[in-house]
Design a protein around this ligand. Structure first.
Ligand code: NAD
Length: 258
């Protein structure tokens, strides 16, 4: 089904753990060339890369704190130097940063949340754009940009997560502009919007809190990162989604039905 992913050059930001890592592992199983990114190399990096190679992929790590626009460019440049171009960009780096109610939000917190969730995706996409254009031209097929939104982008987010929710809504929205102005260049833009997934993102919740959240999910449980991974394969594959752009795909166990 995802045969056309073999050899595709896929840069996944924020992919040392959680949803991004599970996506990278899925691409590896389909023979892709994968760029893993995080602020710094995780302790188990060698084993992670080796496992991806054994699964049939080719993977390399590109360090960079994508809150910085310069780092977004540096990671794109390093990936292109290693793999010769970019066919698929997945803007997965993101997170809560912290929880602050409106009265406690200051400039520093505003910058931290919006830099991580909005600036990182915008700047990485900007710097990847010439390479994505080239990929589409060379292959005669579409290149793909995938954003990672959130159920919070619709609901506004939980306690102290208003800025995070707004940043994710910003992502859901900005791809509409990119679709309007870059589709003719052969680039598709879609968003994967997870509900509640069992990753470090929820490290601030104990088991009782997780059980309470689960009662609000029709499937009665958190998602597992590997359950989100196939949606990235789908949007990356021209064969599967070559006529799909500007969409938000919700992966949330029925938690929210926009
Ligand atoms: P996670 O904390 O396990 O993973 C986040 C990844 O981003 C890690 O690999 C981390 O190293 C990387 N990262 C963090 N800051 C970075 C930076 N400044 N520069 C580069 N990389 C950085 O969380 P996750 O749940 O796997 O989250 C992945 C994406 O999914 C995020 O965008 C998150 O907002 C989104 N999301 C998660 C959930 C959920 O319930 N887990 C729900 C909706 C959306």
């Amino acid at each position: 089904m995802f045969d056309d992913l073999k050899g595709r050059r896929v840069l996944i930001t924020g992919s040392t753990q959680g949803i991004g890592l599970a996506a990278a592992q899925a691409f590896a199983r389909h023979g892709a060339k994968i760029g893993i990114n995080g602020r710094k190399a995780p302790a188990d990096l060698d084993a992670t890369l080796q496992a991806m190679e054994s699964a049939g992929g080719e993977a390399a790590f590109f360090a960079g704190d994508l809150c910085s626009s310069a780092a977004c460019k540096a990671v794109v440049d390093a990936f292109v130097e290693r793999f010769g171009g970019i066919d698929v960009l997945i803007n997965n780096a993101g997170g809560l940063v912290g929880r602050k109610p409106l009265e406690e939000i200051d400039d520093e917190f505003f910058d931290a949340v919006t830099d991580l969730n909005a600036r990182s995706a915008l700047m990485t996409t900007k710097h990847a754009l010439p390479h994505l254009r080239q990929s589409a031209k060379d292959s005669g097929q579409t290149a793909s940009v995938i954003l990672v939104g959130s159920v919070a982008g619709y609901t506004g987010g939980g306690p102290g997560a208003g800025l995070y929710g707004a940043a994710k809504a910003w992502l859901h929205n900005i791809q509409k502009n990119w679709v309007a102005f870059h589709t003719k260049e052969g680039i598709r833009f879609n968003t994967v919007s997870p509900g509640t997934f069992d990753t470090a993102f929820h490290a601030d919740k104990d088991e009782a809190a997780k059980a309470r959240v689960s009662t609000g999910i029709p499937m009665g449980r958190f998602g597992k990162p590997e359950e989100c991974a196939p949606t990235f394969l789908f949007f990356a594959s021209h064969g599967c989604s070559g006529y799909i752009t500007g969409q938000v795909l919700d992966v949330n166990g029925g938690q929210f039905m926009p």
